[in-house]
Ligand binder design. Structure first.
Ligand code: HAM
Length: 421
């Protein structure tokens, strides 16, 4: 019988092996990012709808059709955050972080929500690892973000990674490029999908992001942003590519990469797995966003990595992760008097870093030994009613089936030696 209460469509539990992989990603990322001076921020899951409309852009898929919007009892329009960058910029302004020494480096990790059509690698709730550098316009900031993204994925032992990169210009050269795109797409309007016909009016750059096959064939002939950059954007992009060359990173110029969010200027990039071009992460520079949201003029660049896609790839590449060490010792107890003794012993073993399991219930000694067998522990400590009074316990070697009496006060020392061998 199918259990009635399943998770909603496109939303999953992350348990068992998935949880170990999630921890693996989190721990590695934390270690690397904190070394490089990124500070963690915990952001709210609910934000004002206006924040994403203004930053991600009204003509993007995210804002047009994918936001989980709710109206509070007080009539406020809130959304479950679809991404973290807008919230980080909001926090940067709200907490006056522009007064701190610049650049400010921030990272966060948590669930995002997009009402998408669920398919392979595309969910309605997914975890993102996001990190941003605010307050630097240097190409070194772009390349540090790309380099660290690559380093995190490499430290997870992922192979076949490829960086796709492009520059989409800024407010100086982009209006001219948009005009060129309109001139190019106008004769093809009838052949473009309905979404692209709308994008043509609202923001022709968005057409380049369309996945429809018929549209893609037309897009492949369109003018490229890199041929239309102003001097400042051209110099910036050239420098970014030179640094990437010197870092020996495997990048590829993708002239139609524009990314699905409106806030980008200059550099945009994605990290993909070569064989299926599935994007594990993407980001870019967004020099106008802080100002657009009411803060001081502050250039910035950042990236977000999708945890579920990384987990899928780690599994596919059969990469092993260490979980909790297997228990070596089992603490069994008989009688009420032994109960507190067992809890105290567990705590001493925790401090001595001896992996241990126990039975919490009032099971018979046989049932407890059966459980210890299933857990494949090597030693069982039996705390019996009579022995505990005499500060004694029984130590059983599960493999040999032998046992001896030992002083409880000596147990931790003995078990530490046995467990470390
Ligand atoms: P994004 O490309 O929308 O960028 O998302 C980044 C990553 O999140 C994707 O490459 C993918 O791995 C994962 N992702 C996105 N949507 C889904 C989904 N429906 N299911 C599973 N995984 C998904 C951003 O979100 C920007 N905020 C990145 C950024 C940071 N730009 C500058 N700073």
């Amino acid at each position: 019988m199918r259990f009635k209460y399943q998770t909603p469509t496109g939303i999953h539990d992350l348990c068992g092996e998935d949880q170990k992989y999630l921890d693996f990603l989190y721990t590695k990322a934390k270690e690397i990012l904190e070394f490089y001076g990124f500070e963690k921020i915990e952001l709210p899951i609910l934000e004002r709808e206006e924040l994403f409309k203004r930053s991600v852009g009204e003509a993007t898929d995210i804002v047009e059709k994918e936001m989980y919007t709710l109206t509070t009892l007080g009539g406020e329009k809130l959304v479950l955050r679809p991404e973290a960058t807008a919230s980080i910029v909001r926090a940067y302004i709200q907490h006056g972080m522009h007064t701190l020494p610049q650049p400010v480096k921030i990272w966060t990790f948590g669930p995002m929500y997009r009402y998408e059509r669920p398919q392979h690698g595309r969910y309605r709730q997914f975890y993102q690892l996001d990190f941003e550098i605010l307050g630097s316009d240097s190409p070194s900031a772009d390349t540090q973000v790309i380099f660290l993204t690559f380093t995190i994925l490499k430290e997870l032992k992922l192979k076949n990674l490829k960086i796709l990169i492009n520059s989409i210009g800024d407010s100086c050269c982009r209006p001219y490029y948009k005009k060129q795109l309109k001139t190019f797409f106008r004769p093809y309007l009838e052949s473009l999908c309905k979404d692209c016909q709308r994008r043509f009016e609202k923001n022709p750059l968005r057409i380049l992001d369309c996945k429809n096959q018929a549209c893609r064939e037309i897009i492949d002939l369109a003018p490229q942003s890199v041929d239309n950059l102003c001097q400042d954007c051209k110099t910036h992009f050239k420098r970014v590519l030179e640094i990437l060359d010197n870092l020996d990173l495997p990048y590829l110029l993708d002239p139609y990469l524009v990314r699905g969010l409106d806030y980008y200027t200059k550099t945009v990039f994605e990290i993909v797995i070569s064989k299926e071009n599935l994007s594990l992460g993407g980001g870019g520079r967004y020099d106008k966003l802080v100002k657009l949201l009411g803060g001081p003029d502050t250039p910035a660049v950042g990236v977000a990595l999708g945890a579920e896609r990384i987990i899928t790839e780690l599994k596919e590449e059969k990469i092993k992760v260490k979980g909790m060490p297997d228990p070596k010792v089992f603490v069994a107890k008989v009688g009420d008097l032994a109960q507190a003794k067992a809890l105290l012993l567990l705590e001493e073993l925790r401090k001595a870093k001896v992996p241990v399991r126990e039975s919490l219930g009032k099971d018979s000694l046989r049932a407890q030994l059966d459980l210890a067998n299933k857990l494949k522990v090597k030693w069982v400590v039996i705390l019996g009613q009579k022995e505990v009074i005499k500060d004694r316990a029984i130590l059983r070697d599960m493999k040999k089936g032998t046992q001896k009496e030992v002083k409880i006060s000596d147990l931790v020392g003995i078990l530490k030696k046995l467990a470390l061998n």
